[in-house]
Write a protein that binds this ligand. Structure first.
Ligand code: PGA
Length: 273
């Protein structure tokens, strides 16, 4: 694996999983092994209820804390919502914004996503902006236009310097939680289109943006994605709930897992187009 331009970022998105006790036992199981990995930045995004527990355990380690969502206002009468400042108060460094589950089920429109990205930066958090096409959009040949539109709207209020620190996760909706990952090549192609868009709009700042792939990443297929020049890490859902799986993915990102002779990697790639 050649020299990387950007430090790869591997993010565990636990979604609505794990009590505090379960979260603590996961961190206990993986922390020493994760902390010894070099050349990869690692973030764990537990549900809000486990942020404090996990944050305390990560103190003093290189593993960072992230949240899965935020509200764009700093405070107010917004029952059930959590602000960027509250996340900073808990020790968060990152926040996932515009995940497709939130776009689909919780009205996270492009406009709301834009405001959330702005709010995250204003509070000192790094947003992980999720973009990706649905199966229908892919089949209609709209992958490029949809993904570009989501990136355009999500970065509308940002300075070039902020774009350079932003993380984008390309997550084709049809690959999330389905076991049908995109191919490494296709992830690299779409990430390359996102990079080109950023370059055109933000010049050389766009070189710094880390663009991850997400959608059915496992320890078996991680290397296929993470060895691509345009894939700067992974946003991992289901496989991040299991300590062995998550450590395996992080190790793949570090290039620590060299393929062994006879080590057959089942082809999990799937392109529905
Ligand atoms: P998955 O989820 O890894 O379970 O497909 C990815 C995500 O939703 O971020």
């Amino acid at each position: 694996m050649g020299e990387r331009v950007r430090t790869p970022l591997v993010v565990a998105n636990w979604k609505m999983h794990k009590t505090r006790a379960q979260a603590a036992s996961f961190v206990q199981a993986v922390l020493a092994r994760l902390a010894s990995v070099r050349g990869v930045e690692i973030v764990i995004c537990p549900p809000f209820t486990a942020l404090e527990t996990v944050g305390r355990m990560l103190l003093g380690s290189p593993v960072r804390l992230g949240a899965q969502n935020l509200h764009w206002e700093s405070q107010g009468a917004f029952t059930g919502e959590v602000s960027a400042g509250m996340l900073v108060d808990l020790g968060c460094a990152y926040v996932i914004v515009g995940h497709s589950e939130r776009r689909r089920m919780f009205c996270d429109t492009d406009e709301r996503v834009r405001r959330k990205v702005r709010a995250a930066f204003d509070a000192g958090l790094i947003p992980i902006l999720c973009v990706g096409e649905t199966l229908e959009e892919r089949q209609a040949g709209q992958t490029e236009s949809r993904v570009t539109a989501q990136v355009a709207e999500g970065t509308l209020d940002l300075s070039g310097e902020e774009v350079g620190r932003l993380v984008i996760a390309y997550e084709p909706v049809w690959a999330i939680g389905t076991g049908y990952a995109a191919s490494g090549q296709e992830a690299c192609r779409v990430n390359g289109l996102i990079r080109e868009f950023l370059r055109q709009r933000f010049g050389s700042f766009g070189e710094g943006t880390r663009i991850q792939y997400g959608g059915s990443v496992t320890s078996r297929n991680a290397e296929e994605f993470l060895s691509q020049p345009e894939v700067d890490g992974a946003l991992v859902g289901g496989a991040s709930l299991d300590p062995e799986e998550f450590v395996g993915i992080v190790q793949a990102a570090a290039g620590a897992v060299a393929p062994q002779p006879g080590d057959e990697r089942p082809n999990s790639s799937y392109d529905p187009a």
